[in-house]
Design a protein around this ligand. Structure first.
Ligand code: HEM
Length: 286
């Protein structure tokens, strides 16, 4: 899961410090790939070279997510920009408490999302992010051991047992077996065929509150793309820091050394704005 616990403030990008282990070192985030953190830092360096240090790491992360979706075949959408970077990361306890586990059912997921003003439509649309990428056995072994989850298709289960021969195997498998590297609506086709990987995926089809939305997305890719983009924009505005709040980090992995002046300025109106794609695209990376 890629949502930052404190909102979209780039806190998950921070390395740990003397004050404790970082958000990315907390168990739910251990599977975030080191290459992704490097990509964000590299993108930031390229942008800094062109523009100076005016684009936050939080904005770079939001744009990188958008571009990854588009480049793998998904929708393009405009990302509101102007986020500032947070000064601290969430503790291990806060991270564990805020990110729902893949063993969660729809009730748990809806409850977690409702605290963020996200609803069942958002939940189903955003879960479509699992149309690309991989998961470790530990994230779905609850569905295999001690016995097969009865909502799981038998031949799909057979393959998963060979990938994860024991409940503690450390192997990985793809999240969307039909087209693991393409951003499309096959994730929902998987769910309809009871071939979703995590409990949090398959329960979207089992639960009457979300089943019809899954079916609609399985039959209408364009609708899924529209709803996914809208929910990403919505999620991307959770607890953003703007104006003079936070900072623009020099290095996305570390908060700036200088002391940041807080106080009255925190109430100042932010520079939240919708920047045209053309402007972003004109940053020709070298
Ligand atoms: C609804 C709650 C969610 C849960 C419980 C959840 C859980 C997980 C888990 C457990 C993994 C695999 C970790 C591993 O075993 O390696 C994963 C991977 C992934 N998730 Fe989610 N996720 C959620 C929402 C999202 C959202 C909203 C997105 C994006 C819009 C997303 C995108 C991804 C992607 C792309 C991967 C693959 C990462 C990789 O290949 O390294 N997930 N998620």
């Amino acid at each position: 899961m890629t949502v930052s616990v404190q909102g979209c403030d780039g806190s998950v990008l921070l390395d740990g410090s003397a004050s404790g282990p970082s958000e990315k070192d907390a168990p739910p985030n251990l599977t975030l790939r080191p290459s992704a953190f490097k990509a964000i830092n590299d993108l930031r360096a390229a942008i800094d070279k062109k523009c100076g240090g005016v684009v936050s790491c939080a904005d770079v992360a939001a744009l990188a997510a958008r571009d990854s979706v588009f480049l793998s075949g998904g929708p393009d959408y405009k990302v509101p920009l102007g986020r500032r970077d947070g000064l601290s990361f969430a503790t291990r306890e806060a991270t564990l408490a805020s990110l729902p586990a893949p063993t969660s059912n729809v009730s748990v997921l809806l409850n977690a999302l409702s605290k963020l003003n996200l609803n069942a439509d958002d939940l189903v649309a955003l879960s479509g992010g699992h149309t690309i990428g991989i998961g470790h056995c530990s994230s779905f072994s609850n569905r295999l051991y001690p016995s097969r989850d009865s909502t799981m298709d038998q031949s799909f289960a057979k393959n998963l047992y060979s990938t994860c021969p024991t409940s503690t195997s450390s192997n990985t498998t793809v999240l969307d077996l039909r087209s693991p590297n393409a951003f499309d609506n096959n994730y929902y086709v998987d769910l309809v065929n009871r071939q979703g990987l995590f409990t949090s995926d398959q329960d979207l089809y089992s639960d009457a509150r979300t089943r019809e939305i899954v079916k609609r997305f399985a039959g209408d890719e364009r609708l899924f793309f529209e709803r996914f983009a809208a929910s990403m924009v919505k999620m991307g505005q959770l607890s953003v820091l703007t104006g003079k709040q936070g900072e623009i980090r020099d290095n996305c992995s570390v908060r700036n050394g200088r002391k940041v002046d807080g106080g009255d300025d925190d109430d100042e109106e932010g520079i939240w704005s919708l920047v045209d794609d053309e402007v972003v695209q004109s940053l020709a990376f070298e």
